[in-house]
Design a protein around this ligand. Structure first.
Ligand SMILES: CC(C)(COP(=O)(O)OP(=O)(O)OC[C@H]1O[C@@H](n2cnc3c(N)ncnc32)[C@H](O)[C@@H]1OP(=O)(O)O)[C@@H](O)C(=O)NCCC(=O)NCCS
Length: 222
């Protein structure tokens, strides 16, 4: 069921939030550092990860501060804090984005994660990745990334599509269609194949919603 909110004459439809998992902080920090060590061969110590990985600093701020503020309705302060962090790390995570456990952003600079993006557990992305929208409507307009997905540097994943569990998105791919679990996607527009090489038929491109609640502010695309 969707709830409707009227603002500036526009209807805003946002799916209700399913309860998010509460992870004890000690466990979150430990498993995030472990994930970085497992996924980055350049790591030499845990201290290096804790002090020197902007992706972790940004995601910890998201989990500890900006996302809780957003959920409690303190939207301006959530946005301002996330923008401050963007200035420090080059990583922009909208406070509304829902992010699972052991999310690892390597390098980080240029990453943009939109308001209605949903990210599962054990997801890894490289620098310059965009999880963006293709619509100006205030609805679910960003991707859902399921568990274990890897998204290569410079890839753009656009629209309310689903990238299935364990899929890999190649560097610089532009993905606008659903991706089956376990598939590999490369190119512009992204073409999916299974790891063995078998090409997969293109999923239909979801039509961006075009209700009469289009806003003029293009910043909602990000
Ligand atoms: C897409 C990817 C996951 C594929 O890995 P893979 O399954 O091992 O695939 P292969 O390396 O065997 O390549 C298979 C084919 O896809 C092509 N290919 C691989 N990556 C590609 C990419 N990003 N864009 C376009 N084509 C690509 C290869 O040239 C090869 O083509 P061919 O069959 O015509 O020879 C990987 O190449 C990739 O892009 N990973 C992202 C890594 C990254 O962003 N690193 C940043 C570090 S800072």
């Amino acid at each position: 069921m969707l709830r409707a909110i009227r603002r500036r004459g526009a209807v805003e439809q946002i799916p209700p939030s399913a309860p998010e998992e509460r992870v004890p902080w000690r466990l979150r920090l430990t498993e995030d550092v472990d994930a970085a060590i497992a996924r980055d061969p350049a790591v030499h110590s845990r201290v290096e990860v804790v002090l020197g990985y902007p992706g972790l600093h940004t995601i910890w701020l998201h989990h500890a501060v900006t996302h809780p503020l957003w959920l409690r309705g303190h939207r301006l302060s959530a946005r301002l804090i996330s923008q401050w962090m963007r200035g420090r790390t080059g990583i922009e995570i909208h406070p509304g984005a829902r992010i699972g456990r052991r999310f690892f952003i390597d390098h980080g600079n240029g990453v943009v994660i939109g308001e209605t993006a949903e990210i599962g557990d054990d997801v890894m992305i490289y620098h310059d990745v965009t999880l963006g929208g293709r619509s100006l409507a205030k609805v679910k307009r960003h991707p859902t990334i399921e568990d274990g997905v890897v998204i290569g540097a410079g890839a753009r994943v656009l629209g309310p599509i689903t990238v299935g569990t364990g899929a890999q998105i190649g560097a610089n791919a532009v993905v606008v269609r659903d991706v089956p679990a376990g598939a590999v996607v490369v190119g512009v527009p992204g073409k999916a194949r299974m790891p063995g090489g078998e090409a997969l038929p293109d999923a239909p491109t979801p039509t961006p919603p075009t209700p009469d609640d289009v806003l003029v502010d293009p910043a909602i695309w990000i």
